[in-house]
Ligand binder design. Sequence first.
Ligand SMILES: Cc1cc2nc3c(=O)[nH]c(=O)nc-3n(C[C@H](O)[C@H](O)[C@H](O)COP(=O)(O)OP(=O)(O)OC[C@H]3O[C@@H](n4cnc5c(N)ncnc54)[C@H](O)[C@@H]3O)c2cc1C
Length: 517
Amino acid sequence: MDTKDRMINPPPLIPPPCNENRALVDNVHPPGWVNPAPAPCYNLVVIGGGTAGLVCAAGAAGLGAKVALIEHHLLGGDCLNYGCVPSKGIIRAGRAIHEARHCSRFGITGTDGLAIDFGLAMKRMREIRAEISPHDSARRFRDELGVDVFFGAGRFSGPDSVEVEGLRLRFRKAAVCTGARAVAPAIPGLDQAGFLTNETVFSLTELPKRLAVIGGGPIGCELAQTFARLGSRVTVIEHMGHLLSREDRDAAEIVQQAMIRDGVDLCLNAGTINVARQGDGKIIGIEKNGERFELTVDEILVGIGRAPNLAGLDLEAAGIRYDPKLGVEVNERLRTSNPRVFAAGDVCSPFKFTHSADIQARILIANALFAGRQSTSSLTIPWCTYTDPEVARVGMDEQAAAARGIGITTLTVPLTDVDRALLDGEAEGFARVHLKKGSDTIIGATIVARHAGEMINELTFAMTNGLGLSAIGRTIHPYPTQAEAIKKLADAYNRTRLTPLVKKVLGAWLTWQRNRL
Ligand SMILES: Cc1cc2nc3c(=O)[nH]c(=O)nc-3n(C[C@H](O)[C@H](O)[C@H](O)COP(=O)(O)OP(=O)(O)OC[C@H]3O[C@@H](n4cnc5c(N)ncnc54)[C@H](O)[C@@H]3O)c2cc1C
């Protein structure tokens, strides 16, 4: 291939080259885009066009600010291109084939020989991703929102200026929203053998027959279960003794058992010592309980954590302090050590979720542009791991409460107590709430359920608005719904208020009523 050919067919920004990805890129990094001439000074220059950056840019421009948005790869960032959207797209495919395989209990027959076409499942995901992308499109930001969109790597050139593609943008305020990326473990031979991360796994067009997933956290578990359901022989290698080690042990155990039933091999308390390529396969040297053995796979997916994107930003030039592992240092108002510069999203937050990037961006706009004093420390941020069943969390768990010296009462309702969960065949899981001792104040909750991510919202709403569990108890829930589990937590709380003394008084009253005639 000569140079001219290469120029005519540049490598796709997001493989595979197909109509769906062309439609996506046409929105989020349009070919032939011409950067505008910079304005003399911007109210806000945003570096990074993921969730945090897009919300900052759209919100600030909507309020009349002159805004520049700089993105060096694809607008939409991880969430649209390599994270939430594609993962949930293929999780749905995995769930569909799983349900089809297990539908005989509903009396459905004739399902022998069911198969899933991996290529079609991935195509569906790419179609939906492309369908969602106009919302994040460069043209929308330029033409509808009036934002100056620059493609290229942003770099600070001073305390009040950023450079991109040889252009200098001066700012009153700037927002660092450059996100995070997968951490690559330092395992000898891994680089040479090659591995997948969230940036490449969604570009697969063929199902790896054997897949090793290094890391049993949320991303590792979601994808391990999904690939197993789609037909891969999956092994999760995790150095802790349990998957989802940040969740309540019994919550994680339910997911762990579900994954084992889905055919995922778990290699816990295990370390990866080295990787070597052999033919088309990859041999992973593993150490577990002092013993060494080898595992041969076709692909290795790495999901051991996320590191902030700081490289090339030249934060020093703007006097912005940072930690290479934790990211840009910000105070609770999201201000960096440079009073003109703020940060939001994965680049500075321990809560690496789209919804926390979104709320931080809204806080950033108020604080940076309007001298607001909004704080991130009062936020109630829920999260969910989209395994089957899902695990959703909000607020403190037992350990966090104990560490702060807060006495708690914990109430748990198993889903086997919830009619709709039984009827749906989804009774695996529970709803749990931690209350401040002696009150109905909710300080944390965990839900394990098929749709735990939907169910946690009621508890998050109550916590955010200072409503106790009794308020949920007074709320009528339609029967039968799985969210009745939350109502039942409130009923359980009310029962705790029925002390022996209250019970005795009520009993005496009723006896008196009976005997009056
Ligand atoms: C597999 C996976 C699944 C996930 N699932 C969920 C989920 O279900 N729910 C959820 O809430 N969260 C999920 N997340 C997390 C979520 O994607 C992130 O929290 C979210 O995208 C953070 O947004 P952000 O704007 O901070 O960063 P990003 O989305 O990473 O955006 C940062 C942007 O900055 C750009 N950039 C970086 N450096 C520069 C530079 N120097 N100049 C210009 N541009 C630059 C990058 O190209 C990128 O576009 C998932 C993540 C992964 C990896």
